[in-house]
Design a protein around this ligand. Sequence first.
Ligand SMILES: *Cc1c(COP(=O)(O)O)cnc(C)c1O
Length: 415
Amino acid sequence: MEHEHVRNVDPAVADALEGEVDRQRNGLQMIASENHVSEAVLDAQGSVLTNKYAEGYPGSRYYGGCEYADEIEQLAIDRATELFGAEHVNVQPHSGTQANQAVYFAMLEPGDKILSLDLTHGGHLSHGHPANFVGQLYDVEQYEVDPGTGYLDYEGLADLAEEFEPDVIVSGYSAYPREIDFERVQETADEVGAYHLADIAHITGLVAAGVHESPVGVADFVTGSTHKTIRAGRGGIVMTTEEFADDIDSAVFPGGQGGPLMHNVAGKAVGFKEALQPEFEDYAEQTVTNAKALGERLSENGFSLVSGGTDNHLVLVDLRESHPETSGGDAEEALEAAGIVLNGNTVPGETRSAFDPSGIRAGTPALTTRGFDEDDCRRVADLITRVVDAPEDESVIEEVREEVRALCDENPLYE
Ligand SMILES: *Cc1c(COP(=O)(O)O)cnc(C)c1O
């Protein structure tokens, strides 16, 4: 990772890039939505395709010179089709948020109704939060998880749907540690005549590997980010049936975007090829095994986990019982000083605020990519415990920082 061309032109940016490489190498990246892409994906994303305008779709562009862009986009589409089994795939959304916007723009009129999970219960801004234009343009009602168990309350969702009569029900979440029953949500959508948008941004890799139930073939629309568990570089994807293929394509372009980021589309093509290899299934399984090991050890160490554990790649810790004096923000800060990077997160029944929430969210996708196994993740849980038990103790933070360094050296990244 020399960034030699950048260094020749712009040492300030080169220094910061090198700093970032070191930060990723020498710390535990446990933000559940992050991952480390392969050098092949990096290479594709840093390619000359950043120069190319390719408005339109393969074989039907508004510009000349698109033969290689066409080839690459078609490969990305074909591989995603093979991975997910969708009838129609659009790989142009710049990100997961744009993928969701395309579905709303294709299917809804302003003022139409969206039913989605509350942000503090694990939902996402793009599902209709008032701070996002989606929340301002459409009429949004929110469902919640069961406050007692932390699991999705499918009956509550069905009752709310009957009352609210939404045009779209959104499933798929940012901070939900349990398996999602997409068929159950689909039943409710069928009962009230709503479309079902399954947003698998976080679990795209788990779904691709068959480690989580797939909503493809169940929900009308499936959206995702491509840089999270699937490790195909920054971007988004929308999948749907033949019926809505044209609606979605024109909602992505020209509806919501201009020229596609063809260098990112190339990253997706390469990342999807990697995800089609048998090793990717091992990776996805290990990611879940690691999250379970992390969660179990945190529980043994006295932490309270929302829903009591995890079925996927993340755990959500509610600090209120075990560490009432420590907010998620305090914990995040102390852990970062020790080289463990995760985020403070709201929990169901939040009593603090979104800026200083009561929980922390921790994921294993990036650790698993660099080779961490269950034993390593139990060690990580113990390190997290030591810091959160004494967030202001500089000597603890120093000791943990050294152990983090050792764990990173045992599992090197971007050698
Ligand atoms: C991450 C995420 C998205 C998309 O986010 P981008 O940053 O735009 O890729 C959408 N929905 C959910 C549930 C997410 O977690």
